[in-house]
Design a protein around this ligand. Structure first.
Ligand code: CUA
Length: 659
């Protein structure tokens, strides 16, 4: 009897699951054969490579995660805005300057949207750009070295959410203000927000050879909230579109007070027109303090420079660069299809997806058919710019991406599903449940002229019962779909790290053969304190600072015994990994160090600072299992009292040196 009840219970639970997923699973039964085919589709055999790289943002972890797809194997953690104890990023002397800002050293941020560089509207695999949301910054990560090479702070901004999106030749990376704030910052009552707080959007230019970023110009805007952005492409190249909410300019209980109006805006910016004005000498240099941090991959060292002004454009004085397009209320994503004609606005409270036409926007602008203005900026007519509406596809649309077959895919947060629809006709073609509440989705090249519509990754916000429970907080689910057929098919469900907001996916062929294997000691290491051979090994005292020039090679440190360090000294370990073989890093850790280990790749030099806290003998060792005798890769440092007369000396085996 008990057994029968239990079986009945299972059947009930199963029917409950099925009944709460209307329209799900494509009407297919979840028979073992379909499960097997899904497994085969996501399976990459041992020793074989994935077809795609996926770079997932870590959200509040401040990092980017490189995955292989379709297997969802985690390939590497790329530290960007947060210190990383695994590599020593943000702990080593060489990388600390990367995290400098006008507010000082900030070892954390909230990274939302990685975007890969493009050439002619196609992903080119040179760099990924990513945004820091909290203390506004943009980073550039090299896809040769897989290291963060540059971070630029964005002044006159607060809540840098609508970045880091690149234009179709990587002319610019765009950034913008989520929060209206006083610009410049000043002490004033919060209740005086309306009409007094302001916002900016920023255009960061990118050098096409080296990738160096520069804050080219900012555009001053009314103090609305600017949420997300996407560049025009092909026919709409030269324009940038931003979703704009809280046009009510509420400063409290926004969940109610910013949803009063029937429509909010898409802010359309003609940046080519802005460039023309700049050429004519228009715009004004304004004071602004912001850090610009660059990593020199040859010197293996970053420097931080503080900048003090920025070129500001005022659209009320420079007509033709900014227009407001009334759109869905409280919009989130704004997405441009591969042809550049359709601009999709996702009203997160609505059941409809609004599609605007770029050609119609241009006609309305030419005719100067404006229905109103806001703070001197013309407002276009909603109906005149409309291409169509996807009627009732789901509830709570957030983001849309595209394939190369004329289809769009939109995530619906509230109804927990992805809906596929035809861009030109706005006709719904397919829908599939996700578990649960998707935010962004990603298709390789889905934000470019040339999407590669094989896979779709849904990045969901709520996990609940999907995986084995691990306490109150669950990692968020990523769900991979095969979208090559008429119907979307879910082929993999895996927990992600942090909070992946967006992922940028690219075919592996565009990256894998040009990745770095080693730094050649002869020609690719100009570090000031490199050890290229054993004759460079030495220790130098400069007052209380002691500089140790150390080499490491399987399976020893040179030197491995150090004496003559005294209390009150600050010891700088400048360590070079002298290996010249691919994938032979060594690590370095010393007892009592208050920072992290260093992981040093072949041919690279890094520096760890150590301030001994007491006299004694301190071991150091290699943290990375580098050889059969890895456990023998170790050494000792003797720390003596401040007034001792022990001479500075260093040795390896019988080879003893003093100054
Ligand atoms: Cu070197 Cu372990």
């Amino acid at each position: 009897m008990k057994r029968i009840f239990r079986l009945f219970g299972v059947a009930l639970a199963a029917s409950a699951i099925i009944s709460c997923t209307p329209g799900g699973a494509n009407g297919k039964s979840s028979s073992s054969s379909s499960k097997k085919s899904a497994a085969e589709k996501a399976y990459v055999a041992p020793g074989e490579y994935d077809d795609y790289y996926g770079f997932l943002s870590g959200g509040f972890s401040g990092q980017v995660y490189a995955y292989g797809f379709p297997s969802a194997r985690l390939l590497k953690i790329l530290p960007v805005f947060s210190q990383d104890p695994q590599s020593g990023y943000g702990y080593s002397e060489e990388t600390k300057p990367m995290l400098e800002t006008s507010y000082g050293f900030i070892p954390w941020d909230d990274l939302h949207h990685p975007d890969i560089s493009q050439t002619n509207g196609e992903l080119d695999g040179r760099w990924i750009f990513a945004n820091a949301n909290n203390t506004p910054r943009i980073a550039r990560i090299s896809l040769t070295d897989f290291e963060t090479q540059e971070i630029i702070e964005i002044p006159n901004s607060a809540g840098n959410h609508n970045s880091a999106f690149v234009t179709e030749n990587t002319e610019y990376v765009v950034a913008g203000t989520r929060f209206g704030v006083p610009i410049p910052q000043r002490d004033m009552p919060i209740k005086d927000y309306k009409g007094n707080f302001e916002a900016t959007v920023s255009f960061i230019s990118v050098d096409q050879d080296e990738g160096d970023m520069d804050l080219a110009f900012q555009i001053r805007l009314p103090g609305f909230n600017y949420d997300l952005a996407h560049p025009g492409r092909d026919k709409s190249h030269g324009w940038m579109f931003f979703t704009t909410y809280n046009t009510e300019e509420a400063h409290t209980l926004l969940e109610v007070n910013s949803a009063e109006r029937d429509k909010d805006f898409i802010t359309a910016i003609n940046w080519k027109k802005a460039e023309e004005y700049i050429k004519e000498g228009k715009g004004e240099m304004v004071k602004a303090k912001y850090a610009h941090n660059k990593y020199d991959a040859k010197k293996h060292t970053a420097t931080s420079t503080m900048k003090d002004e920025v070129l500001m454009l005022d659209p009320t004085e420079l007509p033709g660069i900014v227009y407001f397009i009334p759109s869905a209320k409280s919009p989130h994503g704004v997405d441009v299809d591969p042809t550049g004609e359709y601009i999709v606005s996702n009203g997160k409270l609505s059941a409809n997806v609004v599609v605007h036409s770029f050609s119609k926007i241009q006609e309305a602008i030419e005719k100067e058919n404006f229905v109103d203005e806001a703070y001197g900026i013309p407002i276009l007519d909603f109906d005149e710019t409309l291409a169509g509406i996807v009627e009732q596809p789901g509830i709570g649309p957030l983001h849309t991406e595209f394939d190369e077959r004329g289809n769009a895919y939109t995530t619906f947060f509230i109804s927990s599903e992805i809906v596929k629809w035809k861009v030109e006709t706005q006709e719904v073609l397919d829908r599939h449940d996700v578990y649960y509440s998707p935010g962004h989705l990603s298709i390789p090249g889905g934000n470019s002229r040339k999407p590669d519509g094989k896979y779709l990754l849904s990045m969901n916000k709520i996990t609940k019962d999907r995986y084995l429970p691990v306490g109150p907080e669950m990692n968020q689910p990523g769900q991979l779909f095969d979208i090559s057929g008429d119907k979307m098919e879910m082929i993999l469900d895996f927990p992600m790290i942090g909070e992946p907001h967006y992922a940028s996916m690219i075919h592996a062929d565009k990256i894998k053969d040009k990745t770095r294997k080693i730094y050649r000691l002869s020609s690719e290491n100009d570090h000031e304190r490199v050890v290229k051979s054993s004759k460079d090994v030495r220790i130098e005292r400069d007052g209380k600072n002691v500089h140790v020039y150390m080499g490491m090679i399987r399976s020893h440190f040179n030197p491995d015994n150090i004496e003559g360090i005294k209390m009150g000294d600050t010891v700088y370990f400048h360590i070079t990994n002298m290996e010249q073989d691919f994938d032979i890093p060594h690590g370095f850790a010393v007892m009592g160090a208050n920072n992290s280990e260093l992981l040093i790749v072949p041919g690279q030099t890094k520096t760890l600072v150590w301030e001994p806290q007491d006299v004694g003998i301190y071991p150091f060792y290699c943290t990375d299992f580098c050889s059969a005798l890895h456990q023998e890769m170790q050494g000792y440092i003797r720390v003596s009292p401040e007034d001792s007369d022990i001479e500075l000396s260093w040795s390896l085996d019988d080879d003893v040196h003093t100054n």
